[in-house]
Design a protein around this ligand. Structure first.
Ligand code: HEC
Length: 161
């Protein structure tokens, strides 16, 4: 009789542990999904569609999209932005949603750091974005950098990226 009771207890402890594991995994997965998803953010989305999509389409996705992935970075989807680039075998984080000061993409468009200036300067052409465009990008990062549903399509032809 005593053995039976013990057996039952052991079984139920195992069951509880299993249930806890499932619960923790589920919570963990939910947290990850929420962090990777664009925050439900109507203001940010509006800014994206009005201003940011065209900036990325005209200036970035030709080199950071489906055709070319310079620095192993894609900017046509939020997934690509969050995933970041690669420098040899090291991941290069390019954004901290909500914090433009910690976001490499904002540093890059400001041409503050000689090592990383985007879009890259060309000999004859000054390709630095306008102050207005930089301001919009900064605001968008502050708002969590949401993307619309459709990936950003480059407006450049394959030979003029
Ligand atoms: C003409 C091609 C070209 C265009 C256009 C371009 N980039 Fe880049 N980008 C590169 C290259 C090449 C690298 C790799 C690092 C390097 O060599 O400077 C890079 C790297 C980066 C990185 C660092 C990630 C890493 O893995 O090194 C960021 C961030 C970035 N680009 C953002 C942008 C943004 C934002 C735009 C648009 C405003 C843009 N780029 C437009 C060519 C381009």
């Amino acid at each position: 009789m005593a053995r039976m009771t013990k057996g039952t207890k052991v079984l139920s402890a195992t069951t509880v542990a299993a249930m806890l594991t499932i619960a923790v995994c589920w919570l963990g997965a939910t947290a990850v999904t929420t962090a990777a998803d664009a925050p439900a953010n109507p203001e940010g989305l509006k800014l994206f569609e009005a201003k940011i999509r065209p900036i990325l389409a005209d200036n970035c996705v030709g080199c950071h999209g489906p055709d070319k992935q310079k620095g192993k970075l894609r900017l046509d989807t939020r997934e690509g932005l969050i995933k970041g680039g690669m420098d040899e075998d090291k991941v290069v984080k390019v954004i901290e949603p909500g914090d433009p000061d910690k976001s490499m993409i904002i540093e890059a468009v400001n041409y503050k750091n000689e090592d990383i200036q985007m879009p890259p300067p060309k000999k004859k052409e000054n390709r630095k974005l306008s102050d207005e465009q930089i301001k919009d990008l900064t605001e968008w990062v502050k708002l969590g950098a949401p993307y619309g549903e459709k990936p950003v399509e480059s407006t450049k032809k394959p030979d003029e990226k």
